[in-house]
Design a protein around this ligand. Structure first.
Ligand SMILES: [Zn+2]
Length: 141
């Protein structure tokens, strides 16, 4: 699978994620350009964000899988009034994306987004900050 496209961001992440022993594989993979989550070995359900307990059958037998980084734009909003940590980025767009693998997630959307972009294809991205990655998306279809 090819690496996610990257967008170079200014400075550090507005709020750096807390990385634990459990979430480190997610952040390491994202840093390498792959979007990952946990899949249940027992019932195959994907869990996002990654979990160590299956949301469907409560099994703790999960493993890491790469997600196909393409989806469809379900909804979005343009954020103008933001918490102080995000003031340098405002206004920005937050979208809800239905990934092709069946997961729905929320992320920042880069580039212009219009109401006519609903149901269009979204490419997931690595947002590369000075202190590490975040994931985002961009309407491409
Ligand atoms: Zn399960």
């Amino acid at each position: 699978m090819s690496a996610l496209p990257e967008v170079r961001m200014q400075g550090n992440r507005p709020v750096a994620p807390r990385v634990s022993g459990f979430t480190r594989p997610f952040w390491d993979a994202l840093s390498e350009g792959r979007l990952q989550t946990t899949a249940c070995t027992r019932c195959s359900v994907l869990n996002f964000p990654p979990r160590n307990l299956c949301r469907a059958c409560w099994s703790r037998d999960l493993h890491w899988v790469d997600l196909r980084p393409l989806g469809t734009l379900y909804s979005f909003t343009r954020v103008h009034v933001v918490p102080g940590a995000f003031s340098a980025d405002a206004p920005y767009t937050i979208g809800i994306v239905d990934l092709d693998g069946g997961l729905r997630l929320m992320c920042r959307l880069m580039g212009p987004v219009e109401a006519t972009d609903l149901d269009r294809a979204v490419q997931m991205l690595v947002l590369r900050y000075d202190d590490g990655p975040l994931f985002g998306g961009q309407v491409v279809g």
